[in-house]
Design a protein around this ligand. Structure first.
Ligand SMILES: [Zn+2]
Length: 501
């Protein structure tokens, strides 16, 4: 965990020139303060010294090196995103500032989700601390990563010795600073693990006070179904004795639309019984995945990429493959619902599978197989119903997450979009409730100390935004477009200006 200050508006230089003669380094005066706890907004001031908040209240008579007039603006804790795919961004000096997140008001990201993380947790965190990164960051150890390390892409059950090796890897990762274990039980090779195998590894994370974060085995009707997957997650929490987080909770595809109701009952009951269950969610009707993950059955992936290609070219397997891929395509809403967002083959990006199939004069599944064979493609998969999204969003245990990935606007737009659409326009949830879901709730769930609230003693991760202009600008056509944000640099601290990306 990077401990340095990540204050979104006042750049770090402001505080580097620490004036000891002053009482405070910075006062943010007169904003509408939403403290992250869910309590109603109050018009008050906030004082910062070093990297901590030292005052929340009337600042009259207090001296400060700098002041920001936040009249008419909203002041909240910096957002905490519990599910991102930022590990490679943070490791690349050119992208380590993490602009996609900072520009949305996110000051802390968790990554290593979906069972996929760096193997070496300690050295990754050390590298980030050393080189400096734009947000704070926390890492999960990925169960898929650990399994691949020990068993490759095999779909076999681990031997006792292999299981021991996986447990040791999780133990080491937790000792090196991982905040918990993540799984991607929908994806290969995570999908090859039984519930019992996952419980064994989750128990190790539990011994170190870690949490369990999961992209569940099935968010739809692919294998065991959505409800059975929620039950599996709850069982893992019960038997491994640790808090469980369901990643990007959703009802994926027409077969399970409306099941948000039943999922909510299952989770509420488990919480009443003492299991710590939470979930994260991004506010979009499209998920982001790949053609392979969306359409190809997992058995065809066992053994890795070489085996996948062999299976795709095997004429004896072809009827079964085509049949199952057609079912998966129906589940996802048909070829019009899959939009190619990033691929080595630039000619397909921006087109739906339906368009590509039409252009090539072949069936959608044949076109999909060709895409997979020539390196695959990321897709935006339009498969969710607004009513399920709103039902989940209204739950006190649902956090905001971006699950940001290349080609999907959620990486640049999640947080302002949620506020703009679901708070200010559709009034689905109250403003304070939305801020809590993006701040103190993820901080508590991930076990991040002194973050997520505007409170004396807490880290000065602070966001100031203009509720009239704070909005997403990323679209499926132009996903890498930062929100219209209110940015203040030290040199213009008292004359805020609106800036673009
Ligand atoms: Zn996921």
């Amino acid at each position: 965990m990077k401990r340095s200050l990540s204050f979104i508006l006042a750049a770090s230089t402001l505080l580097a020139s620490h004036a000891f003669a002053q009482d405070l380094d910075l006062i943010i005066r007169g904003g509408s303060l939403i403290d992250g706890s869910g309590s109603p907004a109050t018009k008050t001031d906030i004082g910062i010294r070093g990297d901590r908040i030292v005052l929340v209240g009337n600042s009259t008579g207090r001296k400060s090196q700098r002041e920001i007039d936040a009249t008419g603006l909203v002041v909240t804790p910096g957002f905490i995103d519990p599910h991102t795919h930022t590990a490679s961004d943070l490791s690349d000096p050119k992208r380590s500032r993490n602009d996609a997140y900072l520009m949305q008001g996110v000051t802390t990201v968790a990554t290593g989700n979906d069972g996929d993380s760096p193997t070496a947790i300690g050295s990754t965190l050390a590298k980030w601390t050393q080189q400096g990164i734009g947000t704070n960051a926390a890492l999960f150890i990925g169960q898929g990563t650990v399994r691949r390390e020990v068993m490759g892409m095999s779909d076999a059950k681990p031997t006792a010795e292999q299981l021991d090796r996986m447990k040791t890897l999780v133990d080491t990762a937790m000792k090196e600073g991982a905040i918990g274990i993540s799984t991607g039980l929908y994806y290969a090779p995570g999908s090859f693990a039984s519930t019992e195998e996952v419980i064994e590894l989750a128990r190790i994370a539990a011994q170190h006070g870690g949490v369990y974060d999961t992209h569940m085995r099935d968010e739809s009707s692919y294998s065991i179904g959505l409800l059975a997957s929620v039950r599996e997650t709850i069982r893992i929490g019960e038997e491994a004795h640790l808090p469980v987080m369901i990643s990007h909770i959703k009802a994926l595809g027409a077969d399970v639309w409306g099941q948000s109701k039943d999922v909510i009952v299952l989770i509420d009951d488990a919480r009443k019984a003492g299991v710590k269950v939470t979930a994260s969610q991004y506010p979009y009707t499209a998920s982001g995945t790949s053609v392979t993950a969306a359409l190809v059955p997992r058995w065809a992936e066992a053994g890795g990429d070489g085996a996948l290609l062999k299976n795709l070219n095997d004429s004896r397997l072809r009827p079964r493959l085509i049949n199952e891929m057609n079912q998966n395509l129906t589940r996802r809403g048909g070829p019009d619902s899959l939009l190619m967002t990033a691929s080595r083959d630039k000619t397909i990006v921006g087109k739906t599978l339906a368009t590509i199939a039409r252009e090539r004069n072949e069936s959608p599944v044949d076109a999909a197989i060709e895409i997979v064979k020539s390196g695959g493609s990321d897709v935006a998969s339009f498969n969710m119903k607004e009513s399920d999204i709103e039902a989940f969003m209204g739950q006190s245990w649902v956090m905001t997450c971006s699950d940001g990935s290349e080609g999907h606007p959620r990486k640049y737009g999640t947080y302002p979009r949620k506020l703009r659409q679901y708070v200010y326009e559709k009034h689905v949830i109250p403003r304070e409730f939305a801020i809590r879901s993006s701040t103190s709730l993820p901080a508590e769930t991930l076990g991040l100390k002194d973050r997520g609230l505007l409170k004396p003693g807490y880290f000065a991760d602070v966001l100031v935004f203009d509720p009239k202009t704070f909005n997403e600008r990323a679209t499926y056509q132009q996903p890498e477009f930062s929100p219209l944000a209110f940015a203040i640099s030290p040199s213009t601290a008292n004359s805020p200006s609106t800036t673009g990306p």
